[in-house]
Design a binder for this molecule. Structure first.
Ligand code: ZN
Length: 370
């Protein structure tokens, strides 16, 4: 049997800064091959992608990434790619995002022989980067093979304070607007103070920030530039805004309402969809995970869809259900990223329990259909 903590240490020792996999996925395949997992290498354009599958029947897909963000910032107490355990905490880049959870899942996968379903593990080395040739490629390939998951579980670190406190059943999308406005330039020696065009721009930004009252939608100004001379008012404003929005509000509606507001300012606008939102329509399998966590951790996870984008946006296109559950995210992408070794072991048991009960759920389904 695999040991999840030792495995997590080993995974951290691969310096897998996006998109360089450094043999990490080959190592994972070597570990799981003795347990009957079959390999499909879907690597392309310098991105390493691996799909491992075992069993027959409806597909349960586990999505994970082996890449990590760089560890060049901050003061690390322990070298970031050594996987050192100190005071029952495992330190290293990727400890929580997501090599600890991946080791927990690998251990669970080594212990299950599905009888009523197939279990797939999709790995990519480009989740933290542009994501152009990662899970998107895997999703296209699965689609072409007719492999549409009954459920996709993404093992991102969704827990906020305590293992199990949060399960994500969706993610918000990210929409950018680049806006340019060219008011008339005026010599400041001849213009009354209250007629500076900056005041109008400030009013516009404030109106945009208040355009949507829904707390699920965030609006932020992320870039602004204006002004070229010392004695004239700015004659060109360049701004970039970002909306984080959930799947309940159509992107088209955000665009239309924004454009309507900007009409008064004679603004040029161009849009970029950073990531599409997704929201699972069914929570059948996520509820099973919730029940298992309730029993094991004595707490009830909240179903949320906050936070940044994840590869769920790709798998959502081909999956009947999709959700995310993993380790505590408090130190992700920071110096001294670390996770409790107890959490890795507990998570491995929770994953195994969920896989076993999910496999069993397909048995009862085929019984009732008979
Ligand atoms: Zn991640």
């Amino acid at each position: 049997m695999l040991n999840p903590v030792k495995l997590a240490q080993k995974l951290i020792q691969f310096v897998t800064v996006t998109p360089n996999d450094q043999g990490c996925q080959s190592f994972i395949h070597q570990q799981l091959a003795p347990y009957g997992f079959i390999l499909h290498d879907l690597s392309t354009h310098g991105v390493t992608n691996t799909f491992l599958i075992k069993g027959r029947g409806p597909l349960i897909l586990i999505s994970a990434h082996t890449d990590v963000v760089p560890a060049t910032e901050g003061n690390w107490q322990h070298p970031p790619f050594c996987g050192i355990i100190d005071n029952n905490m495992l330190y290293g880049r990727g400890a929580c995002d997501m090599k600890g959870a991946l080791a927990a899942m690998m251990t669970a996968l080594s212990q299950i022989s599905p009888q009523h379903c197939a279990i797939g593990l999709a790995l990519t080395s480009d989740e933290e980067g542009p994501s152009e040739y990662g899970s998107k490629i895997i999703t296209d390939w699965l689609n072409k093979q007719g492999l549409h998951p009954e459920c996709t579980l993404i093992i991102e670190p969704t827990s906020n304070n305590k293992l199990g406190d949060n399960i994500k059943t969706g993610r918000r999308g990210s929409l950018y607007a680049d806006i340019s406005i060219s008011p008339k330039a005026n010599h400041v020696a001849y213009l009354p103070s209250d007629q500076n065009p900056v005041f109008e721009i400030m009013k516009m930004i404030s109106a945009l920030a208040n355009l949507f009252k829904d707390p699920a939608i965030n609006f932020h100004l992320v870039k602004i530039s204006a002004g070229h001379a010392n004695n004239v008012t700015p004659h060109h404003f360049q701004m970039r805004f970002n909306w984080r929005h959930d799947a309940s509000l159509p992107v088209q509606q955000i665009k239309e309402l924004t454009q309507e507001l900007l009409l008064a300012y004679d603004a040029q606008i161009s849009w970029t969809q950073g990531a599409d939102p997704y929201q699972s329509q069914s929570n059948l399998h996520a509820k099973r995970m919730r029940d298992i966590i309730q029993q094991s951790e004595k707490l009830t996870p909240t179903f949320t869809h906050t936070g940044g984008a994840s590869d769920g946006r790709f798998f959502a296109l081909i999956s009947k259900e999709i959700f995310e559950f993993g380790l505590v995210n408090q130190t992700i992408h920071q110096a001294n990223e670390c996770t409790s070794i107890q959490d890795i072991e507990t998570l491995s048991n929770i994953y195994l329990n969920w896989l076993e009960q999910t496999d069993e759920s397909f048995a009862s389904k085929s019984d009732t259909q008979r």
